[in-house]
Design a protein around this ligand. Structure first.
Ligand code: HEC
Length: 151
């Protein structure tokens, strides 16, 4: 099992226990957890993007399932940005801790955008998905621009 896979399995196990507000053994654990959640969220968000942009055929049931997963996963990463986890194998920028209110606000904006994306997916209409996808992607980007290190 590679790193990402084991992180994703850890996320799935936590979800199964309903332990969304997890405590972490160490900063490295927190990093692994949030990267796992973000990677899995990114995968399902990418599927929605491919549908929204016509790269893969629209499938109403898949869109709804992906949007539900994105909605759940988008609640998980933020509590794992614990003190001390700005160091290690992470792309998190120190501004997350020095501008925590702004970071938290960006996380809330994402969750609002994702709620609208889920509503759109539930309509079963490709145009609705397309309209809701862009603003959500913008919410990802605006946080990444400020708080994620570029490689
Ligand atoms: C509130 C800020 C914020 C928002 C909103 C946000 N991200 Fe991120 N994202 C981060 C930070 C910070 C990292 C780096 C985490 C680390 O390396 O510890 C990251 C990392 C990632 C990663 C890499 C995970 C890995 O494998 O290491 C992916 C994929 C990702 N984000 C996708 C998304 C997508 C898709 C969205 C929107 C649906 C999104 N993010 C919204 C802050 C955010």
């Amino acid at each position: 099992m590679n790193f990402r896979t084991s992180a994703a399995v850890a996320v799935a196990a936590l979800l199964a226990c309903g332990a969304a507000a997890a405590q972490f053994k160490s900063p490295d654990d927190a990093i692994e957890y949030r990267q796992g959640a973000l990677a899995v969220m990114g995968h399902h968000f990418g599927q929605l993007g491919a549908m929204a942009n016509g790269k893969i055929p629209y499938d109403a049931a898949a869109a709804k399932a992906d949007a539900e997963l994105v909605a759940t996963l988008s609640r998980l990463p933020w509590s794992a940005f614990v003190e001390g986890s700005d160091k290690g194998e992470t792309s998190a920028r120190p501004e997350i801790w020095s501008q925590r209110d702004k970071f938290n606000a960006d996380a809330r904006k994402l969750q609002d955008a994702v709620a609208r994306l889920l509503e759109a997916a539930r309509t079963g209409k490709p145009d609705a998905l397309k309209a809701a996808f862009g603003p959500t992607a913008q919410a990802c980007k605006s946080c990444h621009d400020d708080f994620r290190r570029k490689h």
